[in-house]
Design a protein around this ligand. Structure first.
Ligand SMILES: Nc1ncnc2c1ncn2[C@@H]1O[C@H](COP(=O)(O)OP(=O)(O)OP(=O)(O)O)[C@@H](O)[C@H]1O
Length: 368
């Protein structure tokens, strides 16, 4: 259970059951999701993520039901169908679809007017501030960069005070630099607003950074549904494999050494040190990402090493990973870590499930 899945907020749920048949594709999902925070829909191209999102919005007529917290949007068994324009939702597409003849302000005000005044929970100023677009308000969309346009599109969706925000790969059309520009704003959204977000992505980096919960899809079906932290490192699931395989660790800030620009954090697995110039509040909980390729293993503790982070862990599984490599799953006091090492090292160290080893982490990424 992660920090967002607390029992008190478990009462707020999104329920979606959809069945839909196309000539070469069938969607068959039964989803029970948190009614808060960011849930990622993740899976290979063509697995049905967009179809599922469109069915949630009522843009696709799937058979089944859809419920957002205490409001039913679709229930075919009861003959209930709420058309898209009546559903209190925001939809953000890959490419921002702003009205070209309206200024940024008018685009956002248009979003706002979709919701009657008494039901507005997000003030225009709040959406503008959250997305950092105050300086753009009088500009026309065609004078904005791709990243700026996308931030305006998100602000417009928010200004309608949606009960659910659906985002379909909102960063896919942006280059790496623009992605980095928009990501922090997305991060701030779910911290500041209590609006559940369903976020379609096939980028493990985005999912790790933004989503506390995720649904893994394949060929129109759900293959796993749970906390991002546990699904990322499950060896039976695709995310734990390939170059982006990683584990997420939650850790609390203990101290920051400004001279060495080093943050010391306490996790269930032990102390971790992280180079960063940015000071953090003592006690703040951060999410760290440890890539499997950055973890090496030894039988004995390392001596005179430059590696800052070494944890003691028990091997819980070893699985072949491509030619000449193995993936080792480790349990460090309840925290899962992954290590990708060569098959030769595995053999030479005679590693086996149940053994206790030292895991040396060469780099730790800060996701917050
Ligand atoms: N309008 C349509 N008519 C017929 N088939 C469609 C239509 N839209 C999508 N499909 C098919 O339905 C399947 C699911 O498509 P969908 O767009 O939901 O997948 P996706 O997981 O979002 O893919 P991607 O990551 O590439 O966007 C695919 O096989 C696709 O070719």
């Amino acid at each position: 259970m992660n920090s967002h899945d607390t029992p008190a907020s478990n009462e707020r749920r999104l329920r979606a059951r959809f069945q839909l048949a196309r000539a070469n594709f069938g969607l068959d999902v039964d989803l029970d999701l948190p009614g808060h925070g960011v849930t990622a829909l993740f899976g290979p191209s063509g697995c049905g993520k967009t179809t599922c999102l469109r069915a949630m919005a009522g843009l696709e007529r799937a058979q089944g039901s859809m419920r957002v917290n205490d409001e039913a949007w679709q229930d075919d068994a009861r003959g209930l169908w709420m058309p898209t324009h009546k559903r209190r939702l925001g939809y953000v597409f890959q490419e921002a679809s702003l009205f070209p003849h309206l200024s940024v302000r008018q685009n956002i005000e248009y979003g706002m007017r979709r919701t009657p005044a008494p039901e507005r929970k997000v003030a225009l100023e709040q959406a503008v501030e959250l997305l950092g677009i105050a300086a753009l308000m009088d500009r026309r969309p065609d004078t904005l960069s791709g990243g700026e346009r996308q931030r305006v599109a998100i602000a417009r969706a928010l200004a309608a005070s949606p009960q659910l925000l659906l985002m379909d790969e909102p960063l896919a059309a942006l280059d790496a630099q623009r992605k980095l520009e928009v990501l922090p704003y997305l991060d701030r959204l779910h911290r500041s607003l209590d609006i559940p977000v369903i976020y379609v992505s096939h980028s493990p980096d985005e999912v790790a950074r933004l989503a506390t919960h995720m649904v893994l899809m394949d060929a129109g079906r759900v293959i796993a549904n749970g906390a991002t932290q546990s699904l990322m490192s499950r060896l039976d699931l695709p995310l734990a494999h390939g170059d982006t395989a990683s584990a997420l660790i939650r850790a609390a800030v203990l101290s920051h050494d400004p001279a060495d620009q080093l943050l010391t954090l306490e996790s269930a697995a032990g102390l971790l040190h992280l180079p960063t110039a940015r000071p953090h509040a003592i006690g703040e909980t951060l999410t760290l990402r440890v890539m499997a390729r950055e973890v090496s293993l030894s039988r004995a503790p390392l001596q005179d090493s430059s590696v800052l982070n070494s944890l003691t862990a028990r091997i819980s599984a070893i699985t072949p990973e491509g030619p000449g490599q193995v993936l080792v799953s480790l349990d460090a006091s309840g925290v899962t870590l992954l290590a990708r090492i060569t098959s030769r090292s595995c053999r030479q160290l005679a590693l086996a499930v149940g053994d206790t080893v030292h895991a040396h982490i060469k780099a730790v990424l800060l996701l917050d």
